[in-house]
Write a protein that binds this ligand. Structure first.
Ligand SMILES: [Zn+2]
Length: 478
């Protein structure tokens, strides 16, 4: 089907979206700029892009104010960036509503939903920290319940509006993130799997909308283990994740993110993992994967809607990811999905911990959805040689399900730019290297050496000061 998102004709002013209802946000004075002006109305003749943001999701924080990469400033920084360049005026802005328990429980166990519903109540005050410790890389406070239900509700509502045609596309600026959350388990900063809840809602609750096939693209630097697990046997959902794997040592660790995990039963072939075995991957590497795996398969699948698990921790300068996607790289990745796959598009925030690259990258994606600037597909760098190896491995694994991947790639294409930099792995050398990197431009990169043995301290690939404390070694979910 051809979505209105890809019909570049302008809609008449009378059809333009209603004026945004301001989110509950201390930036409301800035948001007052969102009242329609002649200019804004003119702009809103373009694609109808929805934004979901709600200040209440900032109340979920570490219980004693400890520093943590997944903190309220992440979504505030994004919102400030969007407001500062006036993008919010050209979008339909929604505040969040809590998801109903029954929609969350369609993806998670009733026990898990009840735990998250109650964990912020007074009766859990004395036990909350102990409960959080039972999970992997989770904190909880008195606002976590509300934030989790708001995040799930915002993604669900925006997805529904894109699916029913009220909006052409949407971006949900939410936290806590979702893609690590499994049916019965919170993990990796994630309490509920927001994207999976929205996908399930469309497929099983709103069948009247005619959404029969959903593509989930997870470009967060970590594997979307929760989403994979939830749709493992389901051919209605094509799940694609490109992530650092580092031979099974990068969070969430284990084999789940391996390229050989392709789905089971009716879902066989509908789970695609592209695992990097080192950091430093940038625009050229991701776009090669787009061109030679994702876009060909997605074009064959023909999804009715695309949900993006939009983590931005593979962005340049991210302290946990160690990869190097630029805002421009994200725009090309988004644009290729828009023009090649012909589905409605909805993006939900997952990770991303460098406030500057996070906010700039999200802004760039919103601008693509608004079709504000022509996007040039110009990336000067070449992919790494190892990127071609991964692409070939994935194509071989998936070609029995997706004939479009069966053809050999031309030899001339497979000339990469060699190996990524290798780094001494010891703590002391890591510090020395960071010193060097700071002097070279202040980037906190700490990828593991390809082929190196597992090292707890490097899981997460983040800062020396404790990425492993934030994202510990996972349990190897299957
Ligand atoms: Zn992540």
């Amino acid at each position: 089907m051809v979505s209105k998102a890809f019909n570049f004709q302008r809609t008449p002013a009378s059809e333009s979206s209603s004026s945004p209802s301001p989110p509950r946000c201390p930036l409301s004075s800035l948001l007052s700029m969102a009242a329609p002006t002649p200019d804004a109305v003119e702009h809103r003749r373009g694609p109808r892009v929805g934004l979901a943001y709600d200040e209440r999701m900032c109340r979920h924080a570490t219980p004693d104010g400890e520093d943590h990469p997944e903190n309220p400033e992440r979504i505030r920084a994004i919102w400030r960036e969007l407001v500062s360049v006036g993008v919010t005026q050209r979008c339909t802005v929604l505040s969040a509503k809590e998801a109903e328990d029954k929609y969350v429980a369609a993806v998670h166990t009733r026990k898990h939903v009840e735990l998250i519903r109650n964990v912020s109540s007074k009766q859990f005050d004395s036990r909350r920290k102990r409960i959080a410790k039972r999970f992997n890389s989770i904190y909880l406070n008195e606002a976590s319940s509300e934030s989790a239900f708001l995040a799930a509700g915002a993604v669900l509502e925006l997805t529904e509006k894109v699916a029913n045609g009220e909006l052409d596309s949407g971006v949900a600026i939410v936290r806590p993130p979702g893609h690590h959350a499994e049916p019965d388990e919170a993990m990796g900063f994630c309490l509920f799997n927001n994207v999976a809840i929205a996908a399930n809602f469309l497929l099983n609750e709103r069948t009247d909308l005619g959404i029969k096939k959903i593509l989930i693209v997870d470009w967060d630097v970590h594997h979307g283990n929760g989403t994979q697990k939830i749709f493992w046997n389901d051919p209605r959902v094509l799940f694609f994740s490109v992530h650092r794997h580092d031979f099974g040592c990068f969070y969430p660790a284990g084999d789940d993110g391996s390229h050989s995990m392709t789905g089971e039963g009716l879902g066989a072939g509908y789970n695609i993992n592209v695992p990097w075995d080192h950091g430093f991957c940038g625009d050229a590497d991701y776009l090669a994967v787009w061109d030679h795996i994702l876009i060909p398969v997605a074009s064959s699948f023909k999804p009715d809607i695309i949900l993006i698990s939009g983590g931005f921790d593979a962005a340049i300068d991210d302290p946990l990811g160690g990869c190097r996607i630029t805002p421009h790289g994200y725009t090309v990745m988004m644009k290729k999905l828009m023009i090649s796959v012909q589905g409605k598009i909805m993006m939900a925030l997952e990770g991303g911990y460098n406030l500057n690259s996070l906010s700039k990258s999200v802004l760039a994606c919103v601008q693509v959805l608004l079709e504000e600037d022509p996007i040039t597909n110009s990336v000067k760098e070449q992919p790494y040689k190892s990127t071609w190896h991964v692409i070939l491995k994935v194509r071989r694994e998936l070609s029995e399900f997706w004939p479009v991947l069966a053809a050999d790639l031309p030899e001339r294409m497979l000339i990469g730019k060699g190996k990524p930099p290798t780094i001494e792995r010891s703590f002391e050398n890591g510090l020395a290297l960071l010193g060097e990197l700071h002097s070279l431009g202040g980037r906190l990169l700490r990828p593991r050496e390809p082929g190196a043995s597992p090292l707890v301290s490097s899981v997460g690939g983040g800062t020396i000061s404790g990425a492993s404390a934030w994202l510990g070694v996972g349990k190897g979910h299957r």
